[in-house]
Design a protein around this ligand. Structure first.
Ligand code: GRF
Length: 227
């Protein structure tokens, strides 16, 4: 049986903007790209919260500069992962987040969080999944010798980078690439497709059918669903 799930069907038409919470552990360039897309009207949303598990994350700084609520939630200060995830849920609920976007968030989310934000949590991964999940995806691609790599925006499930794929973008891999040059080429595409995927969600055009994601109006596609 195919389970079809239109993400935004329950949205109140009085409040059309997608309310986004972002979870980031480090630099925050994807967070910045999402904010820029909002500023430039390419993403009909509002970033209402940035949460980090790392006190020194540049992402926290970026959020504060923009006047976006920025929370450092220290996982070590909770008795268990369940309690930590409950705190994440509370923080996201407090700001009435519709979608939680992971952007370089270096932890796996479990049942406690995903029961609340199932098919409402998305992630960006710097490889063409299902190839090279987990850490150091760009190095994995380089070491393997693939001719093409790229990035993937996907829904988050309890696995490591295993949820249904929303968008992907492809970049070439050159023989003289280093991890850094490949990383930079992929990152540019990350910054392009992450806001684009969120905008598709905001438009109510993202429908999950089992493992597959239909982009309404783009079934034959050019929304980074085709090379
Ligand atoms: C990105 O490459 C993203 O794909 C991966 O972690 C990195 C985060 O970069 N999940 P930034 O913090 O968004 O600059």
């Amino acid at each position: 049986m195919t389970i079809s799930h239109n993400l935004m069907t329950t949205r109140n038409s009085q409040e059309p903007k997608l309310r986004l919470a972002v979870l980031a552990s480090g630099r925050g360039s994807n967070f910045e790209a999402i904010c820029q897309a909002v500023d430039e009207g390419r993403l009909h949303g509002q970033v209402v919260l940035l949460i980090s598990d790392n006190e020194n994350a540049q992402a926290l700084e970026r959020a504060r500069k923009r006047g976006i609520k920025a929370l450092y939630i220290n996982p070590q200060s909770f008795a268990s992962r369940v309690e930590y995830e409950k705190a994440l849920v509370r923080a996201c609920q407090e700001v009435e987040a519709d979608i939680v976007a992971l952007a370089g968030y270096m932890r796996l989310l479990g049942k406690t969080f995903l029961d609340e934000y199932h098919l409402k949590t998305v992630n960006i991964h710097p490889a063409l999944l299902p190839a090279f999940p987990g850490l150091h995806a760009q190095k994995q691609a380089l070491d393997y010798g693939v001719r093409f790599s790229g990035c993937t925006v996907h829904f988050v499930d309890e696995g490591v980078d295993t949820g249904p794929i929303i968008l992907q973008a492809v970049v070439p891999v050159y023989f003289d690439d280093t991890v850094e040059t490949l990383e930079a080429r992929i990152l540019k595409e990350e910054h392009r497709i992450y806001p684009k995927a969120l905008q598709l969600i905001a438009e109510g055009r993202v429908v999950v059918e089992g493992r597959r994601v239909r982009i309404i109006g783009d079934e034959h596609g050019d929304q980074d669903t085709q090379p």
